[in-house]
Ligand binder design. Structure first.
Ligand SMILES: Cc1cc2nc3c(=O)[nH]c(=O)nc-3n(C[C@H](O)[C@H](O)[C@H](O)COP(=O)(O)OP(=O)(O)OC[C@H]3O[C@@H](n4cnc5c(N)ncnc54)[C@H](O)[C@@H]3O)c2cc1C
Length: 440
């Protein structure tokens, strides 16, 4: 009698949007005798990035914007580890596990869902002074850091230091930058009402954008409208301006403007996770994995990819531009992942993968409490309705019923009692008190 064949080993690299949704699709449809699914991520959770600005601003509890992988992927193996190397010729992936040991993992089918990393430029002082907003750790840090600056400013006797502490700089006018800027500015305005000696007008928020407009995801007129709204709130917007230096917190811009700022939030774009460009899989000039419309890596029917790490042809636009690829956003990542899991299942069962097609539905951004902008379904939506739309869309898109309910409860509590504007600054230096005690 022929031996029963072993289940196919499917290895998913990255547990973000694409990794989580692909694994959910596979665990739902595949039997244990068909495949074993392993997902590798250095974090034990998926992060719902569009909610990070609201988590930083205190409208949502940070724990609620992440989805625990082990809890929702009960039929998959979850490995907390960082992928260091992909060698497809040997069908091997090298990972560094959470305890630091190095391990090699074999596979039959590979899914590369490693997302993107911040695109940094060689600007003096950026690496030392800057911080992004792409992880829940950064959101928590930023919240406490920004609120701690208000505490420090309220107590300093040095007027120059006070100015520096109350100057917050955001570089990059895409989704992430504008939402982070607008949410955090809103939070500092709220928080300032509790300080006897800080007026909202003492707080300076600065946006620096190299292009001539912000929010390229929405129509030009909405980008212009958003700039007007930000300026009405007292936010300084520098368009067509590049940051030249951040050395020691001294900001120098290409138009000659100079000022000191203790907070520099860098959101000037992302690039594909560099692990793929260093692998033996084909990547394009921008370091993205070259993908077919069926979401295979070009020339490798047993390797699949989607999301920010990949260059997937955008079939809705290839008639006007044959080289068009899907933009790196959640709208595509989620849909591609669902499609990807169906294609993997079809291939395993001897079927034929189908092409991914999605026409952009538009974009929506929150601009702080009760404020937003949206360009969706051919409609331009501004202000309160856009903010409601933003919340409705994202709570609908948030994975798991559990997280949706927790987030709506956070919003309800914030509506009843106002959001929390207290700094838990000790989180950024938790050993301080213990060390002090050990010396006394
Ligand atoms: C602040 C912010 C707001 C946003 N708002 C919107 C929005 O409103 N609408 C929208 O459409 N899009 C938005 N986006 C973009 C959207 O979140 C991304 O396009 C989406 O997350 C891409 O999904 P992904 O699975 O490709 O990558 P990710 O979701 O980033 O997942 C990548 C995963 O890979 C893991 N990983 C990284 N390196 C390794 C490694 N070496 N080994 C193993 N695992 C690794 C990471 O931990 C992560 O879990 C926003 C992004 C940010 C940062």
């Amino acid at each position: 009698m022929a031996a029963k064949s072993e289940p196919t080993r499917i290895l998913i690299l990255g547990g973000g949007y694409v990794g989580l949704y692909t694994a959910l699709g596979l665990q739902k449809k595949l039997g244990a005798n068909e495949a074993s699914v392993t997902i590798v991520d250095p974090q034990p959770h998926m992060t719902y990035q569009p909610f990070l600005p609201e988590a930083a601003a205190g409208s949502i509890e940070p724990r609620h914007v992440v989805v625990p992988l082990r809890r929702v992927l009960r039929r998959c193996h979850v490995l907390t580890a960082r992928v260091n190397k992909i060698e497809h010729e040997r069908k091997t992936v090298t990972v560094e596990a959470a305890d630091g040991h190095i391990e090699q993992l074999g596979y039959d089918v590979l899914v590369v869902a490693l997302g993107s990393v911040p695109r940094l430029l060689p600007i003096p002082g950026l690496a030392e002074q800057g911080i992004g907003i792409k992880t829940v750790g950064e959101a928590i840090y930023l919240r406490n850091h920004v609120l701690t600056k208000l505490d420090e400013a309220s107590s300093t006797l040095d007027p120059d230091l006070r100015k520096r502490l109350l100057t917050f700089t955001v570089v990059g006018g895409g989704f992430a930058g504008i939402e982070a800027l607008a949410e955090l500015e809103d939070m500092t305005r709220d928080a300032s009402t509790y300080y006897e000696n800080i007026d909202p007008d003492d707080i300076r928020w600065v946006l620096v954008e190299a292009a001539g407009r912000i929010l390229p995801e929405v129509r030009d007129t909405l980008g212009v409208w958003t700039v007007e709204q930000l300026e009405k709130r007292g936010i300084e917007v520098y368009l067509s301006t590049a940051a030249k230096s951040f050395e020691n917190g001294h900001v120098v811009l290409s138009d000659g403007t100079e000022f000191d700022s203790d907070t520099i939030i860098w959101t000037a774009g992302v690039k594909a996770n560099p692990v793929v460009a260093e692998s033996d899989l084909p990547s394009d000039k921008r370091g993205r994995l070259e993908a077919t419309a069926a979401l295979n890596v070009v020339g490798h029917p047993d390797v699949w990819t989607s999301g920010d790490v990949s260059a997937v042809p955008d079939l809705s636009r290839t008639e006007e531009d044959p080289t068009a690829t899907c933009p790196p956003n959640a709208q595509h990542a989620v849909r591609q992942a669902r499609h990807l899991s169906k294609n993997i299942i079809a291939s395993l069962r001897g079927g034929k993968p189908t092409d991914y097609y999605h026409k952009n539905l538009g974009a929506v951004a929150g601009l702080g409490l009760h404020k937003g902008v949206a360009d969706a379904m051919k409609m331009k939506i501004k202000g309160f309705p856009a903010w409601l739309f933003h919340r409705a869309y994202h709570v609908h898109a948030m994975p798991t019923f559990n997280r949706k309910v927790r987030i709506m409860l956070d919003w309800a509590l914030g509506g009843l009692f106002k959001r929390e504007t207290i700094s838990l600054g000790q989180i950024n230096n938790p050993k301080e008190e213990f060390n002090r005690a050990s010396k006394s």
